[in-house]
Design a protein around this ligand. Structure first.
Ligand SMILES: [Zn+2]
Length: 205
């Protein structure tokens, strides 16, 4: 896709935080098509309230949210809504953010970039301390669930330029991590994490 005005970059393997007022939105773009973006949302007024996958699944009655669905907090309130989604809409809510323990188990003997550290670094960049690493909304992460309940590690179903628009239902902080996973093909068969782009959108008219 052509790079549009106002676009900001999340470099491959890195995270960024963005502050939104109620009514504003963020457009998150899968620029190269197969990058998973771990996403967290915190209530600006009280960051111990945040998007919670387990509360969201209870409210929505399904495993992952789609266009038109609200993202629900640990206090069972809508914090954002998925206003637009041009992808096939597989956005995992089951798998924890990757962390140093995950990469150790995969055989890494040295430091490996990970989404958990990206969350904490992105929050520090805006002067905040994340209360914990909540279970993220894993945009474009394709975790197929079989009838017997077993899960797999799929490749993203998205294509270059697919995007989601998340609109804030309250003042909130959105943290996005371009997942550095390069040991299982969750970011595509090439196992090559890439940059993604995002931009803030104004209150809808
Ligand atoms: Zn990750």
């Amino acid at each position: 896709m052509t790079v549009q005005q106002g676009l900001l970059t999340i470099p491959a393997r890195r995270g960024r935080a963005l502050s939104l007022k109620a009514g504003e939105a963020v457009q998150i773009i899968n620029t190269h098509g197969s990058q998973v973006v771990d996403t967290w949302v915190f209530n600006t007024e009280d960051i111990t309230e945040f998007l919670s996958s387990e509360h969201m699944r209870a409210t929505l009655g399904k495993l992952w949210p789609g266009k038109g669905d609200a993202l629900i907090t640990n206090r069972r309130r809508a914090i954002m809504t998925i206003e637009e989604d041009t992808s096939p809409g597989q956005h995992d809510t089951l798998i924890a953010a990757c962390d140093s323990y995950r990469y150790s188990l995969l055989g890494c003997t040295e430091y490996h970039d990970n989404c958990t550290d990206n969350l904490h670094a992105a929050m520090r960049q805006i002067g905040l301390v994340a209360p914990e690493c909540p279970s993220p909304l894993n945009l474009w992460m394709n975790i197929p669930v079989a009838e017997d309940g077993s899960t797999g590690w799929g490749e993203p179903l998205s294509k270059p330029g697919d995007y989601v628009i998340l609109r804030a239902a309250m003042d909130c902080i959105v943290v996005m991590s371009a997942c550095p996973q390069d040991m299982v093909p969750i970011n595509g068969a090439a196992c090559t994490p890439t940059e993604v782009h995002y931009r803030k959108l104004p209150v809808a008219e």
